[in-house]
Design a protein around this ligand. Structure first.
Ligand SMILES: [Zn+2]
Length: 298
């Protein structure tokens, strides 16, 4: 079984004209079931994390003020999502979802989250539609609970994982690897352990060369777990991506990541990462790819 972690709260009521399409999580869940990529038996529901648990990766000041809707205008604006009680609650479930996915991956080899990948969130502020950093909270919690010693975060979202990079700057237990488009958000790209910055409009073949480099670093690190951000904003039709990957290219990318992990006995937890388009149908189809590829390893 490849567990699929999902909660209906992932698609909270949200302004429909917003660039961040909150309904995509529900549509992804529905499409995965409709196309029989997954069955209801594969679905596992997460518990929310507590505010205390979030503070393993974020400052008390940021966490307390976010939940009280008391952030200064600058920090509130930098997140880019309109605050609501529901949105705050959603964040706790979504982080709980990535944590649960990681635990299920440690048990079963592969597990997939139908959300997650909020890599622009830093210790003291959120940014770029990312409130708290689920990747960082998950990695630090697993290490604290002694469920893993070494964790490799493979971030294939088209945007650099700046928040993850800064949170783990002085942490040798977590290796951060970001493969991203060089001419894209965020403007300032603090160093990950390995950054592979790609030129604009790179297509499938060149991307795979970069991915192989990232996977070699992973094998050398010998992690107990890989957390894989399978962002689909690398796609040629993405509204924000600036790379030119095809859907087949994304499938080949996801397959190679999973196969390398499975062949080397490394558990892998996947999160969906970024993906932006007015046409939700195409976008949701692209987010299905990682789940489809994961099914090949059942
Ligand atoms: Zn992105």
């Amino acid at each position: 079984m490849v567990a699929c972690v999902y909660h209906p709260i992932y698609s909270v009521p949200f302004p429909s004209k917003h660039r961040f399409r909150m309904e995509k999580f529900r549509l992804l869940y529905e499409r995965l079931l409709r196309t029989r990529i997954i069955t209801k038996n594969d679905i596992v529901s997460p518990e929310p994390v507590t505010q205390e648990m979030i503070k393993i990766a974020h400052s008390q000041d940021y966490v307390d003020n976010f939940f009280a809707n008391n952030l200064d205008v600058k920090r509130a604006k930098r997140i880019g999502l309109p605050w609501s009680e529901q949105l705050a609650l959603r964040a706790t479930y979504s982080i709980g979802g990535t944590l649960l996915t990681a635990k299920l991956a440690l048990e079963n080899g592969i597990a997939c989250h139908l959300a997650g990948g909020t890599h622009h969130s830093h210790f003291n502020f959120g940014s770029g539609f990312c409130i708290f950093n689920d990747l960082a909270i998950t990695a630090l919690t697993l290490i604290e609970q002694q469920l893993a010693d070494l964790i490799f975060i493979l971030d294939c979202d088209v945007h650099q994982g700046d928040g993850t990079a800064t949170i783990f700057q002085n942490n040798t237990d977590v290796f951060t690897c970001s493969i991203h488009c060089k001419n894209n958000f965020p403007l300032q790209k603090p160093d990950s352990d390995l950054d592979i910055a790609l030129e604009k409009d790179i297509g499938d073949d060149e991307y795979m060369v970069a991915l192989r480099q990232g996977l070699s670093a992973m094998l050398e690190f010998e992690p107990d777990l890989v957390i894989y951000d399978a962002g689909v904003d690398v796609h040629e039709d993405d509204a924000l991506g600036k790379l030119s990957m095809t859907s087949q290219g994304i499938a080949a990318r996801d397959y190679l990541v999973l196969k390398t992990c499975v062949d080397n006995g490394v558990p892998v937890a996947t999160v969906i990462g970024g993906g932006y388009h007015k046409n939700l149908d195409g976008l949701v189809r692209r987010h299905c790819v990682i789940h489809e590829q994961a099914r090949q390893f059942v």
